[in-house]
Design a protein around this ligand. Sequence first.
Ligand SMILES: Cc1cc2nc3c(=O)[nH]c(=O)nc-3n(C[C@H](O)[C@H](O)[C@H](O)COP(=O)(O)O)c2cc1C
Length: 348
Amino acid sequence: MTLRTLLGVELPIIQAPMAGVQGSALAVAVSNAGGLGSLPCAMLSPASMRDELERIRAQTERPYNVNFFCHRTPRPNLEREAAWRAAVAPYFREFSLDLDAIPARAGRQPFDAEAADVLSSFKPAVVSFHFGLPTAELLAQARSWGAKVLSTATTIEEARWLEAHGADAIIAQGLEAGGHRGMFLTDDVTQQMGTMALLPQIIAAVNVPVIAAGGIVDASTVAAAMALGAAGVQVGTAYLLCPEATTTAVHRAALKSGAARHTALTNVMTGRPARGIVNRVMRELGPMSAAAPEFPLAAAAIAPLRAKAESLGLGDFSPLWAGENVSGCKEIPAADLTRELAAGLRPA
Ligand SMILES: Cc1cc2nc3c(=O)[nH]c(=O)nc-3n(C[C@H](O)[C@H](O)[C@H](O)COP(=O)(O)O)c2cc1C
């Protein structure tokens, strides 16, 4: 079955869900242009998820994707968190901030029964996961209205695992990709491969459709992924400057500057490796730090610094997520960008 048929879309182009930089507006624009728009829910409360899903339902009849993280909720480790507070304390002094301003919660929830309940009244055509899959029970609930299930693999072993546990299609996330690595069977970043190495090897290893992600930004990179056998593409970074995205001013400025040519994997923002434009906190505490608390707990300590620095127009403490290839970032409507990407597809 082609990906078009599986997902019910005209174009096998998925707008990557990007928590923190977009909501329903981007998803609606891409779905209405014939691709698959995505709503990232990792940082939404059940009430805001419901609001965003209402907006999508009011503005498109086309299929859309709803995306969740499915990490294990970490057990608090007071010793580690105290060490991390000590590591960030000099910055709090520099900005005259109180360490007690660090929020208790880190703001990224895994998919749970409450989220599944909200979803069941909207019955989205596609549900996608990052960091593996939820429990079999939750997965069955998400499937109960016929949703197709996607998840990200960053290694061949993860792709085989996802196929064995019921994914309908697999997103092969190459090392170039912006944002969090979807890795879930390993935490060894040396096992991560670039898109051109990973994609054909995953295609050879599984029988479900494979979607290419990482470094795909224009018609020619779409064509390259399709030539390697991809069933479709998932594109994130290229959409970050679209007017429908909620990318902050400091993030937009960084994407448009020469700084965007230097990205790295860092765990200092959240506790898990994610690719972003190198900034002050990544340089000084990382980019990878053994001291960072488990995902998503590391994010709490950075939050007040980020807010303060952004109020001063600085992106020094912001997660400036971006992939290695920012050359496709354009300040054009997402529908236009989707059509530009579609020019790289084989004729249907
Ligand atoms: C700003 C940003 C935020 C992201 N947030 C998510 C997310 O919430 N859920 C998810 O599954 N993937 C997320 N990703 C990863 C994308 O799904 C995808 O793997 C990646 O964007 C593909 O590479 P590219 O950025 O080079 O296009 C994010 C990527 C970016 C750039």
